[in-house]
Design a protein around this ligand. Sequence first.
Ligand SMILES: [Zn+2]
Length: 359
Amino acid sequence: MPDTPADPPKTQMVNCHVHTFTTDHTPLYFPAWPVAIFRYVPGLARFFRWLSSFTPYDKVTDFLARMEAFHRTGSRSSQRAVFRELLHYYPKDTRFVVLPMDMELIGHGPVNEDIFAQHDGLARLAADPDYGPQVIPFATIYPDRPGAAEEVRRCVDELGFRGLKIYTKLGFAPDHPVLMEEVYPFCVERNIPVMSHCSRGGVYHKGWLQYRQDQVTEPRAYETVLNRFPDLRLCLAHFGGDQDWISLLRDGFDPDDPQARDKNWVSVIEEMIRSGNYPNLYTDISYTIFKFDNHISLLRMYLKDSRLRERVLFGSDFYMTRQEALSEKAVSIKLRDALGEEDFHAIAHDNPRRWLGES
Ligand SMILES: [Zn+2]
């Protein structure tokens, strides 16, 4: 039956930012990993929650319940099992960009499964008869690993991966020579996008203080890359991160500090996209949007700008979001309701397809 003119376009969502790696891919001693110790005592989280239920502090119980859910998801036996859990929250025709991580060489101890095995596991998930069609697999790279660029080529050419994830605060700059000389040119040639972690939180190289992490993560650190590879479709994930969203809304900008706006990553990303100087620069709202009530109004305002409206991608950051109160389903429904069909269609349907090179 043909669509009547009043019908809104049918939205087949693409969630541009999810994870399926497990504790097998996480270093043994990563200290800030919120629930690392629970790995050895699987019942510990449940025990604490049970204990806290006798206290009058609902917030503690609630927090521990979320930590327990996060731990439970991360300790699934396979990437397929984690992915299966994600599928609870989305319409059946949703597709997901799945982003691996290479944390073996970041100084926090060994991992059970190296990145080659993690990529192979993701390729198996993408070939799964039940769930495979919903998986858009990305490779990742730690450029100082011997054979790093070759592994990216293997993932794309042999395993059929569709993009690349980089996570610079694990220990390298976005203009690392391996990336500049081999990997970005390859991405442009193969017409595949790059996703990059862009918030002050997250995993980092052992011993790297916040300022060092920020140096390689801040949006302006990508200017060299964007200037040299104007055709590279790059997404700065998390739209600068929830800390900078909170700071922008709570503190605003010091009128006597000419650099004030440049210190806030949300403001910098907004400015970089609106400038028109980087026509293939994107950002996603993953994790950040789980602080829904605080951030939705600013997002709605940003989407009124025609350039930003074409460059914001829907993503969630499952299963990191297991640490938050709202479920993936609650957030995507609230988001759709608050943005309205047209804007939601732009960020969850049209923009992801353009970024992935499908349209
Ligand atoms: Zn993420």
